[in-house]
Design a binder for this molecule. Structure first.
Ligand SMILES: NC(=O)C1=CN([C@@H]2O[C@H](COP(=O)(O)OP(=O)(O)OC[C@H]3O[C@@H](n4cnc5c(N)ncnc54)[C@H](OP(=O)(O)O)[C@@H]3O)[C@@H](O)[C@H]2O)C=CC1
Ligand SMILES: O=C(O)C(=O)Cc1ccc(O)cc1
Length: 423
């Protein structure tokens, strides 16, 4: 059987990551932008002499081809390259939402081309080893599927086989709604003109996770988050429910409706985590969380109303989602987010303190008000499906936090590595 040559279309962050790893494992690949690649990849690929000059007929070279472009562009790009795809090739995409990708591949590729898509559930700077890698056998023989499994085995990822609808359902539950929460935090902090790590009430413990992950998301490209939220029809519903949960909890807090508020929070916690103190080990521990601060950790931690987290658990409960069901196909950010939610709900003292703070202490009220407005704004933006509006909203906040990205990425990488290694 001839060895696969991999054609990579879209040499952005993920395309480069795939190229580096595939090439280091000895596979030959060709790309749509090899001149741009030379400075970045030559040190890695110099022994394999695997670069071929840019060629319009790129896809004719590949016996396997991957499309690594912006999700929103997938249809245009597949249409462009489909015509020159080699007979009998195996083609797939790596976008974060599979419905439009599969639709484009099925529509434009010749019938003698097989379709196997994939999705690495992590960003380009995370070590793929042990992380989930979804494989979708859309239109292919068992033998071809095995060839792709073998090719991608060089990542050391945990391969998970799903259908495209299963993939989109799970990623709507995990990624899209997680991002909505962090995007809203950033928008709210900006609206109040706050760098949270400079304020003692946002430093230490689970506050570190909120700040670091918020900054990590805003340091990435807007189109990654826009694509997986706007193009995934199920994501809209989840994000809408998250905004509804935030709003309803905020109204109860603001109206001082302690009984209703407490009942709602506790019943959501029970639905998602079972009775407090259940036997499962906690995903996160205090000493781990305190290490990763961008500011000075105060001796005495300020209690927080944690509206962001209470609403997340309320949202899972209202949608009947068991977040643990999705661990097999989850991103590092989702696992951290689930970890801090669990930490709050399964520490009875912390949950009591949070409920009391939410109702009695008004020092977080302005932050919570801005957070509610932000969550609704992001939900509306995704509902309207406007990429340009999403880009404007994202980049406005991105610009505000830009000066702290280098620190946040360094601390965030460390945090993700240490916490995920231990969990
Ligand atoms: N970043 C992440 O954390 C993850 C991203 N993904 C998904 O992977 C895909 C790529 O993301 P990412 O690498 O981060 O994004 P990037 O913006 O870094 O890369 C996209 C690349 O596609 C190129 N491109 C666009 N149109 C064409 C074309 N017609 N021919 C050739 N190249 C083209 C762009 O080139 P140019 O800039 O010159 O237009 C760019 O280099 C997205 O669909 C994303 O959702 C999945 C998992 C994680
Ligand atoms: O872990 C996350 O949620 C990220 O932000 C990185 C990311 C973005 C898009 C994907 O399709 C997969 C992973």
């Amino acid at each position: 059987m001839a060895a696969l040559t991999v054609g990579i279309i879209g040499m952005g962050d993920m395309g480069k990551m795939y190229a580096r790893r595939i090439s280091a494992a000895g596979w030959r690949y060709v790309t749509s932008q090899s001149s741009e690649l030379s400075s970045l990849l030559m040190p890695v690929v110099s022994n394999t002499s695997s670069l071929t000059k840019y060629n319009d007929d790129l896809s004719a070279f590949g016996s396997s081809m991957g499309v690594f472009v912006e999700a929103e562009a997938i249809s245009r790009v597949v249409e462009t390259y489909a015509i020159s795809t080699k007979v009998g090739a195996i083609v797939g995409g790596q976008t974060s939402c599979k419905e439009p990708e599969i639709m484009a591949l099925e529509t434009f590729l010749p019938k003698d081309v097989e379709i196997i898509s994939c999705h690495s559930l992590h960003g380009p700077k995370v070590d793929p080893k042990g992380q989930p890698l979804v494989l979708i056998k859309q239109r292919a023989s068992a033998e071809s599927f095995e060839r792709i499994e073998n090719l991608l085995a060089c990542f050391g990822s945990q391969q998970v086989r799903l259908t495209a609808p299963e993939h989109d359902r799970i990623t709507a539950d995990t990624q899209a709604v997680t991002h909505a929460a962090f995007l809203s935090m950033g928008t709210a902090w900006q609206a109040n003109d706050q760098f949270p790590w400079e304020m003692s009430r946002y430093v230490g413990g689970i506050e570190n996770v909120k700040c670091n992950i918020m900054l990590r998301i805003y340091s990435n490209k807007w189109h990654v988050y826009a694509g997986l939220a706007i193009l995934n029809s199920q994501a809209r519903q989840q994000i809408r429910q998250y905004a509804r949960s935030v709003t309803e909890l905020f109204k109860l807090m603001n109206g001082g409706e302690r009984h209703k508020f407490e009942q709602r929070v506790r019943s959501a916690g029970k639905a998602v985590f079972g009775v407090a103190g259940s036997s499962r080990d906690l995903l996160l521990r205090d000493e781990l969380l305190d290490q990763f601060s961008l500011g000075k950790v105060p001796k005495q931690r300020t209690p927080n109303s944690h509206l962001t987290l209470l609403a997340m658990v309320d949202c899972w409960s209202k949608l009947g989602i068991d977040p643990y069901d999705h661990m097999i196909c989850s991103t590092p950010l989702f696992r951290l987010w689930l970890g801090v939610s669990e930490y709050l709900f399964r520490k009875p003292q912390l949950l009591d303190e949070t409920i009391k703070t939410a109702i009695e202490d008004t020092s977080f009220r302005m932050d919570d008000l801005e957070f509610t407005i932000a969550a609704r704004g992001w939900s509306e933006c995704v509902d309207y499906g406007s990429f340009s509006n999403y880009q404007q909203r994202f980049e406005r906040t991105q610009k505000y936090f830009q000066p702290r990205f280098p620190d946040a990425i360094r601390v965030g990488n460390e945090m993700i590595k240490v916490i995920l290694d231990r969990t």
